[in-house]
Design a protein around this ligand. Structure first.
Ligand SMILES: NC(=O)c1ccc[n+]([C@@H]2O[C@H](COP(=O)([O-])OP(=O)(O)OC[C@H]3O[C@@H](n4cnc5c(N)ncnc54)[C@H](OP(=O)(O)O)[C@@H]3O)[C@@H](O)[C@H]2O)c1
Length: 262
Protein backbone atom coordinates (compact mmCIF):
# COMPACT_ATOMS: atom_id res chain seq x y z
CA UNK A 1 0.00 0.00 0.00
CA UNK A 2 1.20 3.55 -0.70
CA UNK A 3 2.29 5.65 2.27
CA UNK A 4 -0.30 7.32 4.39
CA UNK A 5 -0.08 11.12 4.58
CA UNK A 6 -0.40 13.19 7.75
CA UNK A 7 -0.79 16.93 8.14
CA UNK A 8 1.16 17.88 11.27
CA UNK A 9 0.58 21.36 12.67
CA UNK A 10 3.03 23.06 15.00
CA UNK A 11 5.83 21.34 13.07
CA UNK A 12 8.33 24.20 13.32
CA UNK A 13 9.29 23.37 16.93
CA UNK A 14 8.86 21.16 19.97
CA UNK A 15 6.28 18.36 19.91
CA UNK A 16 5.01 19.03 16.37
CA UNK A 17 8.50 18.96 14.90
CA UNK A 18 9.27 15.73 16.78
CA UNK A 19 5.96 14.23 15.60
CA UNK A 20 6.79 15.08 11.99
CA UNK A 21 10.19 13.38 12.39
CA UNK A 22 8.69 10.32 14.11
CA UNK A 23 6.04 9.86 11.42
CA UNK A 24 8.59 10.28 8.63
CA UNK A 25 10.73 7.69 10.41
CA UNK A 26 7.74 5.32 10.42
CA UNK A 27 7.25 5.72 6.66
CA UNK A 28 4.53 8.34 6.58
CA UNK A 29 4.33 11.19 4.11
CA UNK A 30 4.07 14.37 6.14
CA UNK A 31 2.97 17.91 5.40
CA UNK A 32 4.54 20.08 8.09
CA UNK A 33 2.56 23.22 8.94
CA UNK A 34 3.44 26.27 11.05
CA UNK A 35 4.12 29.96 10.42
CA UNK A 36 7.94 29.93 10.38
CA UNK A 37 8.84 28.92 6.84
CA UNK A 38 12.61 28.88 7.50
CA UNK A 39 12.30 26.25 10.24
CA UNK A 40 9.93 24.15 8.15
CA UNK A 41 12.34 24.33 5.20
CA UNK A 42 15.16 22.99 7.41
CA UNK A 43 12.89 20.15 8.55
CA UNK A 44 11.97 19.42 4.94
CA UNK A 45 15.55 19.14 3.79
CA UNK A 46 16.43 16.93 6.74
CA UNK A 47 13.40 14.61 6.80
CA UNK A 48 11.46 15.03 3.56
CA UNK A 49 8.41 16.34 5.45
CA UNK A 50 6.88 18.81 2.98
CA UNK A 51 6.96 22.35 4.39
CA UNK A 52 3.81 24.43 4.23
CA UNK A 53 3.78 27.82 5.95
CA UNK A 54 0.39 28.92 7.25
CA UNK A 55 -1.11 30.93 10.07
CA UNK A 56 -3.87 28.73 11.47
CA UNK A 57 -5.74 31.76 12.77
CA UNK A 58 -6.23 32.94 9.17
CA UNK A 59 -9.21 31.63 7.17
CA UNK A 60 -7.39 32.55 3.96
CA UNK A 61 -4.31 30.53 4.94
CA UNK A 62 -6.47 27.52 5.83
CA UNK A 63 -8.26 27.72 2.48
CA UNK A 64 -4.92 27.87 0.68
CA UNK A 65 -3.69 24.87 2.73
CA UNK A 66 -6.79 22.88 1.75
CA UNK A 67 -6.22 23.68 -1.94
CA UNK A 68 -2.55 22.66 -1.66
CA UNK A 69 -3.47 19.38 0.02
CA UNK A 70 -6.18 18.68 -2.56
CA UNK A 71 -3.71 19.09 -5.40
CA UNK A 72 -0.88 17.18 -3.78
CA UNK A 73 -2.51 13.95 -2.53
CA UNK A 74 -4.72 12.32 0.07
CA UNK A 75 -4.94 13.31 3.74
CA UNK A 76 -5.19 10.30 6.02
CA UNK A 77 -4.44 12.05 9.31
CA UNK A 78 -4.76 15.47 10.85
CA UNK A 79 -2.30 15.80 13.74
CA UNK A 80 -3.06 19.10 15.44
CA UNK A 81 -0.18 20.06 17.70
CA UNK A 82 -0.02 23.83 17.17
CA UNK A 83 -1.08 25.75 20.23
CA UNK A 84 0.31 27.22 23.36
CA UNK A 85 -0.08 29.33 26.46
CA UNK A 86 0.30 33.01 27.19
CA UNK A 87 0.57 34.34 30.71
CA UNK A 88 0.13 32.98 34.22
CA UNK A 89 -2.20 35.67 35.56
CA UNK A 90 -4.99 35.01 37.99
CA UNK A 91 -8.50 35.19 36.54
CA UNK A 92 -8.99 38.69 37.95
CA UNK A 93 -5.83 39.92 36.22
CA UNK A 94 -6.23 38.03 32.92
CA UNK A 95 -5.30 39.98 29.79
CA UNK A 96 -7.97 39.75 27.10
CA UNK A 97 -5.39 39.69 24.28
CA UNK A 98 -3.65 36.67 25.82
CA UNK A 99 -6.91 34.80 26.31
CA UNK A 100 -8.01 35.65 22.76
CA UNK A 101 -4.70 34.37 21.39
CA UNK A 102 -5.04 31.12 23.35
CA UNK A 103 -8.59 30.56 22.12
CA UNK A 104 -7.61 31.33 18.54
CA UNK A 105 -4.61 29.04 18.39
CA UNK A 106 -5.83 26.14 20.55
CA UNK A 107 -9.60 26.07 20.05
CA UNK A 108 -10.68 27.86 16.89
CA UNK A 109 -7.78 26.51 14.84
CA UNK A 110 -8.88 22.98 15.79
CA UNK A 111 -12.44 23.66 14.64
CA UNK A 112 -11.24 25.35 11.44
CA UNK A 113 -8.93 22.47 10.54
CA UNK A 114 -11.56 19.82 11.18
CA UNK A 115 -14.14 21.67 9.09
CA UNK A 116 -11.65 22.25 6.30
CA UNK A 117 -10.08 18.78 6.17
CA UNK A 118 -12.96 16.39 6.92
CA UNK A 119 -13.88 16.03 3.22
CA UNK A 120 -10.31 14.95 2.44
CA UNK A 121 -10.15 12.67 5.48
CA UNK A 122 -13.41 11.03 4.39
CA UNK A 123 -12.08 10.43 0.89
CA UNK A 124 -8.91 8.86 2.32
CA UNK A 125 -10.97 6.69 4.67
CA UNK A 126 -13.13 5.57 1.74
CA UNK A 127 -10.15 4.53 -0.36
CA UNK A 128 -7.74 3.30 2.34
CA UNK A 129 -9.89 1.98 5.18
CA UNK A 130 -9.68 4.67 7.84
CA UNK A 131 -8.53 8.18 8.66
CA UNK A 132 -7.48 9.97 11.84
CA UNK A 133 -7.71 13.19 13.73
CA UNK A 134 -5.35 13.61 16.68
CA UNK A 135 -5.26 16.57 19.02
CA UNK A 136 -2.48 17.39 21.46
CA UNK A 137 -4.31 18.98 24.37
CA UNK A 138 -2.79 18.98 27.87
CA UNK A 139 -3.29 17.84 31.42
CA UNK A 140 -4.24 21.52 31.82
CA UNK A 141 -7.45 20.52 30.03
CA UNK A 142 -8.28 18.18 32.92
CA UNK A 143 -7.26 20.05 36.07
CA UNK A 144 -7.29 23.76 36.83
CA UNK A 145 -4.39 25.43 38.60
CA UNK A 146 -3.97 28.90 40.01
CA UNK A 147 -2.68 31.16 37.26
CA UNK A 148 -3.70 28.67 34.59
CA UNK A 149 -7.29 29.64 33.83
CA UNK A 150 -6.82 31.04 30.33
CA UNK A 151 -4.80 28.01 29.23
CA UNK A 152 -7.00 25.60 31.25
CA UNK A 153 -10.08 26.96 29.49
CA UNK A 154 -8.51 26.92 26.03
CA UNK A 155 -7.15 23.37 26.30
CA UNK A 156 -10.40 22.13 27.86
CA UNK A 157 -12.18 23.76 24.90
CA UNK A 158 -9.93 21.95 22.45
CA UNK A 159 -10.47 18.66 24.32
CA UNK A 160 -14.24 19.12 24.12
CA UNK A 161 -13.99 19.55 20.35
CA UNK A 162 -12.30 16.13 20.23
CA UNK A 163 -14.93 14.57 22.50
CA UNK A 164 -17.86 15.96 20.50
CA UNK A 165 -16.22 15.11 17.18
CA UNK A 166 -15.84 11.46 18.21
CA UNK A 167 -19.58 11.30 18.83
CA UNK A 168 -20.42 13.11 15.61
CA UNK A 169 -18.24 10.74 13.55
CA UNK A 170 -19.77 7.61 15.05
CA UNK A 171 -20.45 5.21 12.20
CA UNK A 172 -17.55 6.51 10.09
CA UNK A 173 -14.07 4.92 10.00
CA UNK A 174 -12.38 8.04 11.33
CA UNK A 175 -10.53 7.94 14.64
CA UNK A 176 -10.43 10.82 17.09
CA UNK A 177 -7.45 10.64 19.43
CA UNK A 178 -6.48 13.03 22.21
CA UNK A 179 -2.97 13.09 23.65
CA UNK A 180 -2.81 15.08 26.90
CA UNK A 181 0.76 15.60 28.12
CA UNK A 182 1.83 17.03 31.46
CA UNK A 183 5.21 18.76 31.74
CA UNK A 184 7.17 18.55 28.49
CA UNK A 185 10.51 20.35 28.34
CA UNK A 186 10.50 21.97 24.91
CA UNK A 187 12.60 25.03 24.07
CA UNK A 188 9.79 27.49 23.33
CA UNK A 189 6.56 26.62 25.15
CA UNK A 190 7.30 28.09 28.59
CA UNK A 191 9.52 30.79 27.14
CA UNK A 192 6.60 32.06 25.06
CA UNK A 193 4.20 31.67 27.98
CA UNK A 194 6.43 33.83 30.16
CA UNK A 195 6.97 36.55 27.57
CA UNK A 196 10.52 35.53 26.63
CA UNK A 197 11.94 35.47 30.20
CA UNK A 198 14.44 32.62 29.81
CA UNK A 199 15.51 32.59 33.46
CA UNK A 200 11.92 32.24 34.69
CA UNK A 201 11.27 29.63 31.98
CA UNK A 202 14.18 27.44 33.07
CA UNK A 203 13.08 27.75 36.71
CA UNK A 204 9.87 25.92 35.82
CA UNK A 205 11.89 22.76 35.09
CA UNK A 206 14.53 23.29 37.79
CA UNK A 207 15.45 20.11 39.64
CA UNK A 208 12.79 18.02 37.90
CA UNK A 209 14.32 14.70 37.00
CA UNK A 210 13.44 13.86 33.41
CA UNK A 211 10.47 15.97 32.35
CA UNK A 212 8.84 14.53 29.21
CA UNK A 213 10.62 15.37 25.98
CA UNK A 214 9.06 16.26 22.64
CA UNK A 215 10.24 12.85 21.39
CA UNK A 216 8.36 11.08 24.21
CA UNK A 217 5.12 12.68 23.06
CA UNK A 218 5.94 12.11 19.40
CA UNK A 219 6.45 8.38 20.08
CA UNK A 220 2.95 8.21 21.56
CA UNK A 221 1.46 10.13 18.64
CA UNK A 222 3.13 7.75 16.17
CA UNK A 223 2.00 4.74 18.21
CA UNK A 224 -1.63 5.92 18.19
CA UNK A 225 -1.60 6.53 14.44
CA UNK A 226 0.20 3.29 13.62
CA UNK A 227 -2.18 1.15 15.72
CA UNK A 228 -4.61 -0.96 13.66
CA UNK A 229 -7.31 1.22 12.12
CA UNK A 230 -10.10 -0.17 14.30
CA UNK A 231 -8.26 0.79 17.53
CA UNK A 232 -9.13 4.27 18.76
CA UNK A 233 -6.99 5.48 21.66
CA UNK A 234 -9.52 8.01 22.91
CA UNK A 235 -7.38 9.79 25.49
CA UNK A 236 -3.76 9.26 26.39
CA UNK A 237 -2.72 11.21 29.46
CA UNK A 238 1.04 11.16 29.92
CA UNK A 239 3.25 12.80 32.52
CA UNK A 240 6.82 12.52 33.70
CA UNK A 241 7.10 10.19 36.69
CA UNK A 242 8.14 13.20 38.77
CA UNK A 243 4.76 14.84 38.18
CA UNK A 244 2.14 12.76 39.95
CA UNK A 245 -0.50 15.43 39.45
CA UNK A 246 -0.75 19.00 38.23
CA UNK A 247 -0.05 20.19 41.79
CA UNK A 248 2.45 17.52 42.83
CA UNK A 249 5.84 17.81 41.18
CA UNK A 250 8.98 16.25 42.68
CA UNK A 251 12.07 18.41 42.37
CA UNK A 252 15.32 16.59 42.99
CA UNK A 253 16.44 13.10 42.12
CA UNK A 254 13.88 10.30 42.06
CA UNK A 255 14.97 7.70 44.59
CA UNK A 256 13.26 4.57 45.94
CA UNK A 257 12.55 5.01 49.67
CA UNK A 258 14.20 2.74 52.23
CA UNK A 259 16.81 1.46 49.81
CA UNK A 260 20.41 2.55 49.68
CA UNK A 261 21.27 3.80 46.25
CA UNK A 262 24.84 3.11 45.23
N1 LIG B 1 5.41 21.88 26.46
C1 LIG B 1 4.51 21.46 27.32
O1 LIG B 1 4.78 21.35 28.54
C2 LIG B 1 3.15 21.04 26.84
C3 LIG B 1 2.39 20.24 27.70
C4 LIG B 1 1.11 19.84 27.30
C5 LIG B 1 0.62 20.24 26.08
N2 LIG B 1 1.37 21.04 25.26
C6 LIG B 1 0.77 21.42 23.98
O2 LIG B 1 1.54 20.82 22.95
C7 LIG B 1 1.53 21.65 21.79
C8 LIG B 1 2.96 21.91 21.34
O3 LIG B 1 3.70 22.43 22.44
P1 LIG B 1 5.27 22.64 22.37
O4 LIG B 1 5.80 22.46 23.73
O5 LIG B 1 5.84 21.86 21.24
O6 LIG B 1 5.33 24.20 22.07
P2 LIG B 1 6.02 25.09 20.93
O7 LIG B 1 7.38 24.59 20.64
O8 LIG B 1 5.82 26.50 21.35
O9 LIG B 1 5.13 24.78 19.66
C9 LIG B 1 4.00 25.50 19.27
C10 LIG B 1 3.83 25.33 17.78
O10 LIG B 1 2.60 25.95 17.37
C11 LIG B 1 2.85 26.71 16.22
N3 LIG B 1 1.91 27.82 16.14
C12 LIG B 1 1.65 28.75 17.10
N4 LIG B 1 0.77 29.65 16.64
C13 LIG B 1 0.47 29.28 15.36
C14 LIG B 1 -0.36 29.83 14.36
N5 LIG B 1 -1.09 30.94 14.55
N6 LIG B 1 -0.43 29.21 13.16
C15 LIG B 1 0.30 28.09 12.93
N7 LIG B 1 1.10 27.52 13.84
C16 LIG B 1 1.18 28.12 15.05
C17 LIG B 1 4.29 27.21 16.38
O11 LIG B 1 4.89 27.48 15.13
P3 LIG B 1 5.14 28.94 14.52
O12 LIG B 1 5.51 29.84 15.65
O13 LIG B 1 6.25 28.70 13.53
O14 LIG B 1 3.84 29.30 13.85
C18 LIG B 1 4.96 25.98 16.99
O15 LIG B 1 5.39 25.10 15.99
C19 LIG B 1 0.73 22.89 22.15
O16 LIG B 1 -0.58 22.73 21.71
C20 LIG B 1 0.79 22.90 23.68
O17 LIG B 1 -0.33 23.57 24.21
C21 LIG B 1 2.62 21.43 25.61
Amino acid sequence: MASRRAVVTGASSGIGEAAARALRGAGWDVVAVARRADRLAALESETGAVAYAADLTSEADISALVAFLDESGPVHSLVHVAGGARGTERVEDGRAEDWQWMFEVNVLSAQRLVAALLPQLRRAAASDGHADTLFVTSTAAQTAYAGGAGYNAAKAGEAMIAHALRLELNGEPIRVVEVAPGMVHTPEFTLNRLGGDSVAAERVYEGVEAPLTADDVADVIAYALNAPGHVNLDLITMRPVAQSAQHLLARGPLRPRGVDVA
